[in-house]
Design a protein around this ligand. Structure first.
Ligand SMILES: *[C@@H]1O[C@H](CO)[C@@H](O)[C@H](O)[C@H]1NC(C)=O
Ligand SMILES: *[C@@H]1O[C@H](CO)[C@@H](O)[C@H](O)[C@H]1NC(C)=O
Length: 287
């Protein structure tokens, strides 16, 4: 895209304050990262982020569906999407950027997969430190309003809510729209030897997964409570939104690029907010 096109795209979406800041930022040189550079950032996010939202699709209704009997599933869900937070990790030695997931057989996500669903995994970057310098906003908004529950003038309800819950009127400490997020699209497949905790592959996977998720030690493969299996999300497509389009790449990352990123490459880069004292309007990470 030409800079003018990018600027107009950006201007059409944002507040006057954001526009002013964008103009002042554009006096410094802004270079939009390539899809490969974005893949490097994405692989780092995957390595550092233990949670994601996995979406699947419910199978068509069947009268003899004993699953729906077991969980009292309503009818009419066939073809509907279903997204839920799941634990993820990046544990495989091949370093191809296929997330590692501990599939619990009775989980709805994994029932949908067993019934043939493909999956997408949505991951967002959450900075460990708030920015030292923020994008200005005129409106002081509360968490409440982010939940879509407030307050077009209904201050009283909001006030009572805050009294009850001791919540304070705080906004998100950073601009989430300005930060990278992505969706990995593909299918789940078993990892050979992954469930054998005495074997080399299985013991390594368990160790790595529990490092990100200490509580998951209770439902590792072979536990006595739930049937579980280590699976990989075999990534087929990647959609990336690096932040605002005047400074970040937005679009599809070729899967070969995603897989080509080396550990050395993603270990070298830094994401926005990994270091203290960052400015929200600076470039999307140190490449
Ligand atoms: C899953 O995706 C593949 C393409 O990768 C497609 O061929 C298949 O039909 C999809 N499965 C379902 C159940 O939609
Ligand atoms: C991936 O890496 C291989 C080997 O270095 C290279 O030949 C290929 O062009 C790369 N592909 C992409 C899409 O980056």
């Amino acid at each position: 895209m030409k800079p003018a096109a990018i600027t107009s795209l950006f201007l059409s979406c944002c507040s006057a304050a954001a526009r002013a800041a964008a103009v002042s930022a554009s006096n410094h040189e802004l270079r939009i990262p390539t899809s490969y550079e974005s893949a490097i950032l994405g692989r780092r996010i995957l390595a550092l982020t233990p949670l994601g939202t996995i979406s699947t699709v419910f199978p068509a209704d069947k009268n003899d569906d004993d699953l729906s009997e077991q969980e009292n599933r309503p009818s009419g869900l066939g073809g509907m999407p279903y997204g839920l937070m799941e634990y993820v990790a990046d544990c495989e030695d091949d370093d191809l950027g296929n997330p590692t997931i501990l599939a619990i057989t009775i989980g709805t996500t994994f029932k949908n997969v067993a019934a043939g669903s493909n999956v997408s995994l949505a991951v967002q970057w959450t900075p460990p430190h708030p920015p030292a310098k923020r994008i200005e906003s005129n409106a002081k908004r509360s968490w409440f309003s982010y939940l879509g529950l407030s307050s077009n003038g209904d201050e009283e309800v909001e006030e009572q809510y805050h009294k009850r819950t001791h919540y304070h009127r705080i906004a998100l400490p950073y601009s989430a729209a300005n930060l990278p997020r992505f969706s990995l699209i593909g299918h789940l497949e078993p990892i050979e030897g992954g469930d054998d905790r005495k074997g080399e592959v299985g013991s390594k996977l368990a160790k790595c997964f529990v490092k990100s998720h200490p509580d998951a030690k209770y439902w590792l493969p072979g536990n006595r409570i739930h049937e579980s299996h280590f699976v990989r999300l075999a990534v087929e497509q990647i959609y990336w939104v690096g932040g605002f389009g005047d400074r970040a790449f937005i679009g599809w990352i070729p899967v070969e690029e995603w897989q080509n990123v080396t550990r050395e490459e993603w270990q070298k880069v830094r994401l926005p907010g990994e270091k203290k004292g960052w400015k929200e309007w600076s470039a999307p990470g140190d490449l």
